[in-house]
Design a protein around this ligand. Structure first.
Ligand code: CA2
Length: 144
């Protein structure tokens, strides 16, 4: 079975509690539950982690080299700042899907650039929580 690591970055643990007009009403636990079901339907195992710390995300991406076939990542605000996360993802040999709940291109100019996009095989933005499931569907095609 192919193994997928789902990573969420800073503040995404607050989903469903603030700014539902931008990020939706679902909590991160709701999203992970939905993705776990969808992953299982597609024949994947899914491991989901969230961190507010850049270094912790870097370490998890490094560790994924041994065990994951793909990473789905919403790096949160680190998308726009983190060369460290880009470098870690560049050492990972599997597929990388970048997901943003909101359409970052419709928002403030500082959100328009993502370092992670230089490594991602696909970028999904503006589809809300469904974006994570779209990433899983795409992985089903890419990983066979
Ligand atoms: O649209 C996305 O998924 C973002 O990655 C979310 C980040 C933001 O910095 C990126 O520009 C776009 C922010 C996540 C903050 O999450 C919150 C959740 C609930 C309440 C407040 C913030």
């Amino acid at each position: 079975m192919k193994h997928v690591l789902l990573l969420n970055g800073p503040n995404l643990n607050m989903l469903g509690r603030r700014q539902p007009e931008i990020y939706g009403a679902e909590t991160l636990a709701d999203i992970v539950a939905r993705c776990t079901l969808r992953a299982s339907d597609l024949g994947f195992t899914l491991e989901a982690r969230q961190s507010n710390y850049e270094g912790e995300l870097v370490t998890w991406i490094q560790d994924a080299r041994e065990k994951a076939d793909a990473i789905i990542i919403n790096p949160g605000a680190y998308s726009h700042t983190s060369v460290a996360i880009l470098d870690a993802l560049s050492m990972f040999e599997g597929r990388v899907m970048e997901v943003h709940l909101s359409n970052i291109h419709k928002r403030e100019a500082f959100r328009h650039h993502s370092y992670v996009s230089a490594r991602a095989d696909a970028v999904i933005a503006g589809c809300g929580a469904e974006g994570y499931e779209l990433a899983l569907l795409r992985l089903a095609t890419l990983l066979g």
